[in-house]
Design a protein around this ligand. Sequence first.
Ligand code: ATP
Ligand code: MG
Length: 390
Amino acid sequence: MDILTDGRIIHLITSGSGDIVSINTYGAEFFHAVSPQSLTGKNINGFYANPVDREMYLQRLETKGWIENFEVHFSLGGVVYTCLENAVLKRKTTRGEEEIESVIIDISGFVDSNIQTIKLNLELASVNKKLNDAYSTMAQQEKMASIGELAAGVAHEINNPLGFVMSNSRSLHRYIDAIKKALAQNSLSEEANLAFILEDLAEILKENDEGLTRIARITESLKRFSRMDSENKTEKYRLNEAVRDTLVIAKSHYKYKAEVTTDLREIPPFPCYGDAVNQVILNLIVNASQAIDERYKEKKGHIRISTAVDNGFAVLTVSDNGGGVPESAAGRVFDPFFTTKEVGKGTGLGLSLCYDIIVNKHNGQIWFENNDHGGADFIFKIPMEQGDGT
Ligand SMILES: Nc1ncnc2c1ncn2[C@@H]1O[C@H](COP(=O)(O)OP(=O)(O)OP(=O)(O)O)[C@@H](O)[C@H]1O
Ligand SMILES: [Mg+2]
């Protein structure tokens, strides 16, 4: 608001004691008078909301001879108006009297609108804080949810080899009983059976070795995936190992939906929040397999994960042949709560969490490009030497 062009300028001349000598039309209106003449002779002091204002004003005027942008408050019809007053003290030497000529500007509207703006800003800040708090809580819940989901998937993955190791173990007990019996009876009639048992034993032990190796691999990966402390930077994060571990433990998420291939180039270990970066890899893999699932309900798709070093950055690309990101969603995929998935399937926090981890926590970059296979490439880059010296 331009207060000077607003026409709300009061031009006032008073005597040293405050009697109004002259006032302009707007001034008379402002002081609720019918005309300028009707105010002549009245004392201005009666309009001050706070007499101290007037005293300070006069003191300054006495010492300096003029006053600039002095804030005064007038009480008119029960409403207090905030004004700025500029004045000069004129000595009428002929009569030895003093006159004060002043220009007063009513800035109440301006102050009000400023107060409104400040209030609005405060409200916005508090809404923002609430949103931020809600986001942190949701992000935390999302993390818990994905760990919960992961645990279910891992349990499923372990269940299968565990199932046949246990069933084999029951066969082993039966065979041992049979062998014991044959030895006790020294019975040749058991011979044929024994030959079969010995053959099957070798098969069983081979199968068990395989099953136990698979279980060990899963638990090792799970241990590495989750042992990193998210509060502290892991000194030596091995990105390729993290990709392999994540693929092992996320297997139940993608194995019926996509074939996964990897192209993992040599990447020297680098410092980062390993736990958090693992979450990013997991989110990208889960998103890729969901995109494929949406495109081909029956057929399996393809996910390709590649890593490389580029100019001091560790780069990871998760590429899929799902449906790609539609134009309408392109600017929003990293926004919190943006999802195109059905209710209950996606909270829309996955990629915003990835963004926070890569960009805010690691000064890196994350983006996507739709690829030639109809799907999307999600790519992140992390500087291998973090600027903060950790
Ligand atoms: N690989 C992809 N291909 C196509 N679209 C994708 C891909 N990854 C993400 N998107 C789009 O970005 C949106 C946001 O992804 P984001 O991971 O943040 O949330 P979400 O997967 O929907 O839910 P959540 O991850 O919380 O379970 C998705 O709903 C989807 O529309
Ligand atoms: Mg997601």
